[in-house]
Design a protein around this ligand. Structure first.
Ligand code: DGY
Length: 321
């Protein structure tokens, strides 16, 4: 039987690439040397190579125009991520294209990244690192501690809950805000808030884990930042669209927000240039899930999903539509 063609929009980890090429003709582009940069190109290349499946990443925009332009050979879009806001799932459903994601396997890595950003922002390690590189030995760089502080987790799904379970080892009180209260066994002692004001007025650290959707865009705006304690710290490893950058930049400049750690940006890979001028913000290029172990696990999970649809191995475990 001829192997189905799998259009891979970005380079895969070596172990995942080896497994993929066992069962599929994997193609980046027709000449297999580079990758697509936008939705129109993705659709054009998928047609050119007769793709049966597309393995994409959050940086790809598979909007309705792209999905409607895909050739009928495409049966599945499998994203190498838990987030699937970059794919128009309504358009995919209308075309009968299965969409899958990779929940679970990256929760620890992203939660770990959130904790790392909390520590980095609190202890000013970015500034300290830059001082050593600049030949200065700035021992006066003093941060704040996590000890006896209150952490607020915004979005208490898999990743938010994983962060709570890691932080339970710290002397911190954990609070959370979520559309609804989770069952008590998943709360792990975290305190639920059913309104933004009480939540934001209580916490010293805000860790954001919101998906990009109607109702979450620009969630952290000037009004909500004003509700926060002076000197609070903001960390975002969810989606950049949940932050009103202009408002956060103003709060970082005034010192109302002491520091921020951002792994995700509205319109990434573009970053609001004002962030680049601020010492009290740590900027990462969306590497929340980027550990070698996790990237392999994400790749295997994405391939399990593709195998289920294209090779009819098992029911796709992570079907979104
Ligand atoms: C995802 O997989 O959606 C996350 O953004 C990884 O950081």
């Amino acid at each position: 039987m001829t192997k189905p063609v799998l259009f891979v929009t970005h380079k895969l980890p070596q172990a995942v690439e080896s497994r993929a090429s066992r069962d599929y003709i994997t193609r980046l582009t027709p000449d297999n040397t580079s990758w697509a940069t936008n939705g129109a190109e993705t659709a054009r290349l998928a047609s050119e190579i007769g793709a049966a499946g597309i393995l994409c990443v959050p940086g790809d925009r598979l909007d309705s125009a792209c999905i409607n332009a895909l050739p009928p050979s495409v049966k599945i879009i499998a994203t190498f991520s838990v987030g699937f806001d970059h794919i128009d799932i309504v358009a995919a459903k209308a075309r009968g294209i299965v969409v899958t994601n990779t929940p679970g396997v990256l929760s620890f890595a992203v939660a770990e990244c959130a904790l790392m950003l909390m520590l980095t922002a609190a202890r000013r390690t970015g500034e300290a690192d830059r001082s050593v590189r600049a030949g200065k030995w700035s021992t006066q760089i003093a941060g704040v501690t996590l000890e006896n502080k209150k952490l607020g987790i915004l979005g208490f799904g898999r990743i938010g809950q994983k962060l709570a379970s890691i932080v339970r080892g710290f002397p911190m009180e954990i609070h959370y805000r979520n559309p609804e209260r989770v069952p008590s066994e998943l709360e792990q002692g975290a305190i639920y808030h059913d309104n933004d004001a009480a939540f934001l007025q209580t916490i010293d650290f805000l860790s954001m884990h919101l998906p990009d959707m109607e109702g979450t865009r620009k969630w952290l705006n000037a009004a909500r930042l004003d509700m926060m304690k002076r000197g609070a710290i903001v960390v975002n490893t969810g989606r950049g669209s949940a932050v009103d950058d202009t408002a956060l930049i103003a709060a970082l400049k005034s010192g109302h927000i002491r520091a921020a750690g951002l792994d995700v940006f509205d319109g990434e890979p573009k970053v609001n240039p004002a962030y680049l001028t601020l010492e009290n913000v740590t900027l990462l290029p969306h590497i929340g899930s980027a550990t070698i172990e996790t990237r392999d696990a994400i790749g295997y999970k994405a391939l399990d999903n593709i195998d289920a649809v294209l090779l009819k191995r098992t029911a796709p475990p992570d079907r979104v539509v």
